[in-house]
Design a protein. Structure first.
Length: 136
């Protein structure tokens, strides 16, 4: 069974390590295995791989952390909607457009206006939230 998450197989990794020990450069190995030099470095350097795996493990969160994150994100979303009510309308537009469950009933109207009207409004970026980090 092939694990499609990885670009290389176990045999490739063993070959990379062996060739690296024989003095082949990362560039040469990358060209041969058709992967990046970073991938070669990751699989041939145990210390680097351990460091990267630890970094990835720290990113994972438990249920409590996830619950806090959801509450924080929801509070921020409500704050943004209060600050710019158009954000809510824009969110509804994108939600209705991307709705997978109701593919049988296509998005035709929203708030009494046809989808084409909302498409034009979105094209003109009339519902975009102002960017506080940029001053024109």
């Amino acid at each position: 069974m092939t694990d499609y998450r990885y670009k290389v197989t176990e045999q490739d990794i063993l070959d990379m390590r062996e060739l690296r020990e024989l003095g082949f450069s990362q560039r040469e190995l990358a060209e041969h295995f058709k992967v990046s030099k970073s991938t070669i470095y990751y699989w041939t350097n145990d210390e680097s791989r351990a460091k990267q795996r630890l970094k990835n493990a720290r990113r994972r969160t438990n249920k409590e952390d996830m619950s806090k994150k959801i509450k924080r994100d929801m509070a921020k979303r409500l704050e943004n909607i209060e600050e710019t009510p158009m954000t809510f309308i824009r969110h509804n537009y994108h939600s209705r457009k991307a709705d997978v469950k109701s593919r049988n009933t296509a998005f035709k109207t929203m708030y009494g206006h046809d989808k084409e009207v909302w498409d034009k409004i979105m094209e003109q970026k009339l519902l975009n939230r102002p960017n506080g980090k940029m001053s024109l």
